[in-house]
Design a binder for this molecule. Structure first.
Ligand code: GTP
Ligand code: SPV
Ligand code: MN
Length: 588
């Protein structure tokens, strides 16, 4: 029996139950009692393992199937009626074909199982910009994750009232067979169907599927932006906080940057960094003519390996209670471990596959894309404004990727349109966050290649149109923390030291510092990047190398951009003109 009165919701759930034929339907209310009950049930079935409740209170452990450890971009589809509306960078299936194909798989997929009905809210309950989704799933693991990642249960139904304006998400693990795995989006119907997976971005439908793919589609028609961006605030010694949003591809440093601790020199002066969000930003034009950003999420689904008290203490501290660990190593004492945690490898543990592991095993104990799910409110650096219904005003937008060569540490675009071009031409080496080859450079515009829910040419046009509509737009920069020397070692120390680079960007936004003009944009003068405390590591020669622009590499870069753009039939002419101008400035 439904615990909610909304007719549209009840009718749709009944339809989907007729299709998937669960033994039972459980309506999620989001209460603590419900969490305890579902945790007990999942532990009894072995879907999760309880961790040591003294050391990690409220924390549980989960392993996914070995073939199901990351997003599957080749199985992710945008199902618009017209193929060209999905565009050259998305997989497309017609809605008829997708409903038929997946409908056959969903038919009876929940037999012998329980269907959980999860109402959830993306965005703060007090914000008029928030949006409701309902996810139907046969996985308790999904329910427990959604409880952390979204505002789940009654709160969402209260927001919805008797409206039928909600995103309809249907998920079934089916048999976790990659041959029967599909993540399909129907932006014209506000619908997401995901089948055959139990992993992260494939199944936590509020995240990438709704907040980015459906979200970006809605944003275009409604005049706002849904972006794969962290949001952070930098507080100056005078107490003024300035905010920036940054788009880096998956596993390229958003969570780390969002939670960074400034270096000692800056802390002593009184600088602080506040975390608003670590993965997704919904941005609108405010009454004051600036761009305002809200984090629609309620928790963090962060990469575990590499997270240590040295690299990201705020993230590690966030995960000390009420968190879910997926595909990390399980220690014999009922706690967790991963490579790069900053503590010695255990003499024995169970690895992410459940096998016995010792340091001699010759394999990683945690999967490179193993993750923690942790409540944002537990983050020591969480911003007092993170649930502000209006969001926070954005002074700067950073684009950035993982580039061993080519891209300098930072450069500033000449203006908004040039900044859109800089975002549109982003490239980054692939990571373990999606299945496929790791470490190959691919074009990833605005870090949205896997997440844009419509034609990317139209997406560029939307960004250009937004620029024309924002009276006081943020300044746009590009950063790269990942430049390496000839031995493949990172030249820039990264992590908290990135503060030094961000500080320059914010100074530029206030016209407080000069810059050198280069063919690709404005770059800092060496003396304007503070190196107090890292002088021995980052010498003036190193900094010069980090900021250098190699003409031959840039010629190859432009070539690669041209190859990528050649796929587009709806490329705005402004993007072409920007590229012509860049070539001209480079003397090509
Ligand atoms: P998603 O959750 O997949 O969207 O990833 P993300 O963009 O939030 O990336 P995250 O901050 O989790 O970082 C991913 C990996 O990059 C981790 O292994 C980090 O240790 C590493 N990393 C993050 N920041 C830096 C940096 O400034 N320098 C270097 N060298 N590595 C970094
Ligand atoms: C990403 O891959 O960008 C993530 C993890 O943030 S997932 O939720 O799997 O998309
Ligand atoms: Mn992400």
């Amino acid at each position: 029996m439904s615990i909610y009165t909304n007719k549209a919701v009840n009718d749709w759930v009944a339809d989907m139950a007729r299709l998937t034929k669960p033994d039972d339907i459980v309506w999620i209310d989001g209460s603590g009692e419900e969490k305890d009950r579902l945790t007990r049930e999942a532990a009894a079935f072995g879907e999760i393992l309880m961790l040591d409740q003294d050391k990690l209170p409220g924390c549980v452990y989960h392993r996914t199937a070995e073939n199901d450890v990351a997003r599957v971009e080749h199985l992710t589809f945008i199902c618009t009626s017209k193929e060209e509306d999905a565009g050259p960078t998305n997989n497309w299936m017609s809605p008829d074909e997708a409903y038929a194909k997946l409908g056959a798989l969903f038919d009876g997929s929940m037999k012998g199982r329980t269907m959980y009905v999860i109402p959830y809210l993306m965005g703060p309950a007090a914000s008029e910009f928030s949006k409701v989704g309902i996810e139907l799933t046969d996985s308790i693991y999904v329910v427990l994750n959604m409880r952390i990642m979204t505002r789940m249960g009654q709160i969402a139904m209260d927001y919805l009232g008797d409206s039928d304006d909600f995103v309809k998400g249907l998920h079934s693990r089916l048999d976790l067979n990659p041959e029967r795995r599909y993540i399909c989006h129907f932006p014209e119907d506000n619908t997401i169907w995901s089948i055959g997976s139990g992993y992260g971005g494939n199944v936590l439908l509020g995240k990438k599927c709704f907040s980015l793919r459906i979200g970006s589609y809605l944003a275009r028609t409604q005049g706002w932006l849904a972006e794969h961006m962290l949001i952070l605030g930098v507080e100056s010694p005078d107490g003024v906080v300035e905010y920036l949003a940054a788009a880096f591809p998956s596993a390229c440093g958003k969570t780390n940057l969002a939670m960074m601790i400034p270096p000692e020199y800056a802390r002593e002066k009184g600088y602080k960094v506040w975390t608003v969000g670590d993965d997704i930003a919904w941005m609108r034009i405010g009454e004051d003519g600036r761009l305002w950003a809200v984090n629609p999420e309620y928790g963090f689904f962060g990469v575990a390996p590499g997270t240590s008290m040295q690299s990201n203490p705020n993230a590690l501290l966030t995960t000390k209670k009420n968190s879910i660990f997926t595909n990390v190593a399980l220690l014999d004492d009922g706690t967790v471990w991963w490579e790069g945690m900053g503590t010695d490898p255990p003499q024995h543990c169970k690895d992410w596959k459940g096998n016995d592991w010792t340091p001699q095993s010759g394999e990683k104990a945690a999967h490179p894309n193993s993750r923690f799910t942790a409540p944002a409110a537990q983050c020591p650096s969480i911003s007092p404004k993170w649930e502000d219904p209006k969001g926070v005003p954005i002074s700067a937008i950073l684009f950035g990727g993982r580039r061993a060569k080519v891209a300098p540490l930072i450069y500033q675009s000449f203006d908004w349109n040039h900044g859109v071009f800089v975002g549109a031409t982003m490239g980054s080496e692939t990571t373990a966050a999606a299945t496929g080859q790791v470490g190959v450079v691919r074009r990833d515009p605005m870090a949205m290649l896997p997440f844009c829910g419509y034609n990317m040419g139209d997406y560029f046009a939307h960004w250009l149109e937004m620029g024309a509509k924002i009276p006081n737009p943020p300044k746009i920069f590009n950063v790269n923390w990942f430049r390496t020397d000839d031995d493949g070692r990172f030249i820039w120390p990264g992590y908290g030291e990135n503060f030094r680079v961000i500080k320059w960007a914010l100074d530029r936004c206030r016209d407080a510092v000069d810059a050198d003009e280069t063919p690709i944009g404005y770059i800092p003068r060496l003396e304007d990047i503070e190196t107090t405390g890292i002088e021995s590591e980052v010498t003036p020669a190193t900094l010069k190398e980090l900021l250098s622009i190699d003409k031959d590499s840039w010629a190859a870069e432009v070539e690669s951009q041209t190859g990528f753009f050649a796929k587009f039939d709806r490329l705005p002419t402004e993007i072409e003109s920007q590229q012509t101008a860049l070539k001209h400035r480079l003397g090509l």
